[in-house]
Design a protein around this ligand. Structure first.
Ligand SMILES: CC(C)(COP(=O)(O)OP(=O)(O)OC[C@H]1O[C@@H](n2cnc3c(N)ncnc32)[C@H](O)[C@@H]1OP(=O)(O)O)[C@@H](O)C(=O)NCCC(=O)NCCS
Length: 183
């Protein structure tokens, strides 16, 4: 099924009532339940929009996005304050609400391709609106994935999950910072 797989063969499409992947299985029950039962409802309510990733005829991954506003603690916002003399504590962000790759296709670069797709979208949006960060509440088991792609931890108390199930992370979209990264 994954024989001859190439990242170039992936295609991206919006979720609609015609293409809900009813057999999606990424190994996480909540994420599977979300894409099968809830994503369309969130989309209809305009609270999170979902993009599906298709390989050949199969939906192999998805991500859902919404707008966000993140708080940075005083150390974290220091650089922005120094560089631009902007005193804010909160910054506009695009949130990766959910992101998952189905079991048989994990570890093939699809997660990375989806985050790059979101970065491309965010850079387009920056022409029209203030948008400084990508944000994500990462499962503890996947924080290493986001770290690898250049996300940092958010330490502001507003961003800490009281249940400790997720960790708040952010990716700085500022081009100068971005160019310095090797992602
Ligand atoms: C986490 C997940 C999205 C990663 O997607 P993926 O397509 O398997 O990851 P990629 O192949 O694009 O990996 C990109 C890089 O991240 C690394 N990576 C992937 N998953 C990782 C993890 N859980 N921890 C640490 N590093 C990870 C890979 O080794 C790879 O590094 P490399 O380029 O040096 O080889 C996917 O495994 C998944 O859907 N898991 C179950 C659901 C989940 O946890 N979703 C995230 C919710 S916040």
């Amino acid at each position: 099924m994954t024989e001859g797989f190439s990242i170039q063969d992936l295609s991206f499409e919006p979720l609609s009532k015609e293409n809900v992947p009813l057999d999606f299985n990424c190994g996480d029950k909540d994420l599977d339940d979300f894409i099968i039962n809830d994503a369309l409802v969130h989309q209809d309510a305009n609270v999170a929009m979902t993009t599906l990733v298709r390989y050949r005829s199969e939906v192999v991954a998805f991500y859902s996005l919404a707008t966000d506003c993140i708080s940075l603690d005083s150390n974290e916002k220091g650089r922005i304050r120094k560089e631009y003399r902007i005193p804010y504590s909160e910054f506009p962000a695009l949130k990766i609400c959910r992101l998952a790759v189905c079991k048989g296709f994990q570890g093939k670069g699809i997660g990375r391709a989806m985050v790059y797709d979101v970065i491309g979208l965010a850079l387009d949006l920056q022409e029209w609106m203030g948008l400084r960060f990508l944000s994500v509440d990462a499962y503890r088991a996947s924080e290493g994935f986001y770290k690898k792609l250049g996300f940092l931890f958010n330490h502001h108390e507003n961003e800490i999950d009281p249940r400790g199930e997720t960790v708040s992370m952010r990716f700085d979209l500022q081009p100068i910072v971005w160019e310095e990264r090797e992602i």
